[in-house]
Structure formats: C-alpha cells, structure tokens
Design a protein around this ligand. Structure first.
Ligand code: ADP
Length: 268
C-alpha cells in the first residue's frame, strides 16, 4: 500500500512549490487491520457471555419463576460469569507477557513433581481419565515455576477435555542432549490437518460438530506458546483425527556446574 500526497514548500512565508511524497504504508496498514480485527474478536468474546448473564438476570428479576427454573438460570449466570473471568484473566496474562511487562521469577524447576501436582489437581475434578506417567527425575530447567505449571496445566487439561472419559493420557518427561522433553499424549478427537497452522493463534478454536459443546477461550495454547518462547523452549504437535494428539515441548535443561566449588579450596 502506497500513500501519495503533496507537501507545500515555503520560502520566506511564500509558497514556491509542491513536494510529492510517496510513502510505503503497508506495515501501518497491516498493523491497523490486525488491531481492528483483534478489537472485534475481543469484543465479541466478551459480549456473548455478558449478554447471557444480563438476559438471565433480567428473567430472574422480572418474571415469576418456579424455584427449579430460577436455579437453572442462576447456574447459567454463574457459569458464564466464571467463563468471563477466565477469559479476562487469560487475556490480560497473555497481553502482559507479549508486551514484555511480565516479570518472571527464574529459578531451578524440577518438572517431574510439577507434572505430578498438575495431574493430581486434574484428578480432583472427578476426572475419569487414566493417567500413565513415565517421568525421569533428571528434568530440571531454569524458569518461572508458576508459568511452567500453567504450560503443563493447559496441555494436560486439553488432553482431558478433548478426549473421552476413560481414555488414556500419557505423560512422559525425559532429558536428551541438554533438553528436557515432555510429551502429553491423548486418545481423543485429534486435530484436523488444516487447523494445525492456526492452533497456537489467540482465540483460535477448531470448529467441528464433535467439539461444539466443549467450553474454552482459544487462549490456552497461545499462552503455552508465549511462555515457552520466553523460556527459549519449543512446542510441536502430532495428531490424527479420531485417533488422538501428542503435544511435545522442549526446554533447555539447567546447566550443571562442571566444577562444583570445592569448599576446602575457598579462602576465608
Ligand atoms: P481452548 O480454550 O479452545 O481449549 P486452546 O488454545 O487450548 O483453546 O486450544 C485451541 C484449539 O485446539 C481447541 O479449541 C481445540 O479444538 C484444539 N485442541 C487443543 N488441544 C487439543 C487436544 N489435545 N486434542 C484435540 N484438540 C485439541
């Protein structure tokens, strides 16, 4: 996209000519387009649950309803308000990370106990999935514990969400050539090939009849990707529709000190 315009040229307050300005505004145009697309996605995502909160609250206020109907509407309001809270929190977290305003507490993090903890929390939620863990003890990385927990939570809760109850969720963690590698594998719906390129894009959700009922914001994987990026890590996915998916992340292992300080050699 080019922008053309004339700038008048003055000398001693008198115009003596015109300057033809020719400017490439492709980038500005693109940024503008992305901004407005983004604003419309966000406002749609916020309006939909808000509209249902308002609608049901009005019904409760203005109609005489049977107690069980009242409860049903209150339940919906509660669900939608919770959905909004998650959406806003996730959105702000992602925004903070992307703009470089997030501070990270960097410390050695052992992935194995972290994964066990996340799995335990998943199981508390009456989960009927069958977890199979194969975790090496040697996976220590340098990073922000809370953020890495969020990565594991998002991947493991997706494996649960997008696979039938009773299904197996396999989680493996090992260290290979300076990297910690974690696989999260499910026997679920899988991901269509044409969806793979957009999977980690903000708000993207696979739109299939078989998953329309499954709630979500489309921010989980975008958050995972951003956190991994901040930790110099990577993510990949292998998936077959109807068979299941495997998400694999890799993170640089904490470098071991080659020559640990010899206490006797320290001069006091
Ligand atoms: P959502 O809030 O929709 O779960 P995510 O960003 O976590 O958002 O995931 C984006 C989309 O990727 C989901 O809507 C879902 O269709 C697909 N997806 C993610 N993980 C899996 C998985 N383990 N199996 C099948 N589909 C998945």
């Amino acid at each position: 996209f080019m922008q053309l315009y004339y700038e008048p040229l003055y000398r001693d307050g008198v115009q003596f000519g015109l300057l033809l300005v020719h400017r490439d505004i492709t980038r500005e145009y693109e940024v503008d387009r992305m901004k407005s697309e983004f604003v419309s996605t966000v406002s749609h995502e916020l309006r939909t649950p808000l509209a249902s909160v308002l609608g049901f609250a009005e019904l409760l206020l203005h109609r005489e309803l049977k107690p069980e109907r009242q409860r049903k509407y209150m339940y919906t309001i509660h669900q939608e308000a919770r959905r909004l809270t998650t959406l806003i929190n996730d959105f702000l977290d992602l925004q903070r990370m992307e703009s470089g305003k997030q501070t990270y507490v960097v410390e050695p993090v052992e992935l194995t106990p972290l994964i066990r903890e996340v799995v335990e929390i998943q199981q508390l939620g009456h989960d009927s999935h069958n977890f199979v863990l194969n975790l090496d003890e040697s996976c220590t990385v340098l990073g922000d514990q809370d953020k890495l927990r969020q990565v594991m939570t998002n991947l493991i809760s997706n494996a649960v969400k997008y696979s039938p109850s009773g299904g197996e969720v396999r989680i493996a963690c090992r260290s290979i050539r300076g990297k910690a590698i974690v696989d999260v594998q499910d026997e679920g719906l899988g991901i269509p090939k044409d969806a793979l390129p957009q999977l980690f894009t903000k708000f993207y959700r696979v739109d299939n009849s078989d998953r329309r009922e499954i709630g979500g914001t489309g921010l989980g994987l975008a958050i995972v990707k951003e956190i991994l990026h901040q930790h110099k890590g990577e993510i990949s996915v292998v998936s077959e529709q109807g068979k299941g998916s495997t998400f694999t992340i890799s993170l640089p292992l904490q470098e071991r000190e080659e020559h640990p300080a010899d206490p006797e050699a320290v001069e006091l």
